[in-house]
Design a protein. Structure first.
Length: 200
């Protein structure tokens, strides 16, 4: 005689339970997202959301398996003597270290050929000289002084002026007439001849 599972009195007396909760880490109590939560021996379950929350319908006495990549798998047994049809649980998971084998990627068939090609590689001098010439500080400063402002630079200058005005909104703006630092900069620029009229 074959006894069906639905006719088992122990199964018949089981009550449905709304099993809800959150999955967190054991060290910082941060939520663990996308945890596989499955009733043991079945394919029924759910996955925790981005905040570690989960909720699904189970039965009293079910064993729940929690598993996630980078964490040790744990199980939880739902009590079989619940007074209510819902049960909340905070599942704590411990991180698990995963060791992967070392992988070396080289653009040559063997590591020995790559080492030999790397040692015998010749670096062209013309590129280095061109880079040093482009990074000449005096030349870059001269280019900067004679470089006219484009649209983006004018926009940034306009925005900076508006921010400066709004910073002193409702109060008097500082007057550089009695500022010794401003006078020092003015005298220095005057001695350097920056106020001379340029003849085209």
């Amino acid at each position: 005689m074959v006894c069906l599972k639905a006719q088992d009195p122990r199964v018949k007396n089981k009550k449905l339970v709304q099993f809800s909760g959150i999955v967190v880490t054991c060290d910082s109590l941060d939520p663990v997202p996308y945890v596989n939560i499955v009733i043991k021996g079945t394919k029924r379950g759910t996955i925790s959301d981005y905040n570690g929350f989960f909720s699904f319908v189970s039965e009293e006495g079910d064993i729940i398996d929690f598993s996630a990549l980078g964490y040790k798998a744990v199980t939880f047994h739902i009590p079989d003597s619940l007074a209510l049809s819902r049960y909340s649980w905070i599942q704590v998971m411990t991180t698990d270290t995963i060791y992967l084998s070392e992988t070396i990627i080289v653009p040559w068939p063997t590591l020995e050929q790559f080492k030999k090609a790397f040692v015998k590689a010749e670096i062209p001098n013309d590129d280095m000289q061109r880079a040093q010439k482009n990074l000449n500080l005096a030349e870059m400063k001269e280019r900067y002084m004679n470089y006219s402002m484009d649209g983006s630079m004018n926009y940034e200058n306009f925005v900076d002026q508006q921010v400066y005005k709004n910073y002193y909104n409702g109060q008097y703006m500082p007057n550089n007439l009695l500022n010794p630092f401003a006078w020092a900069q003015f005298i220095k620029a005057w001695k350097e001849g920056k106020f001379k009229r340029k003849n085209k």
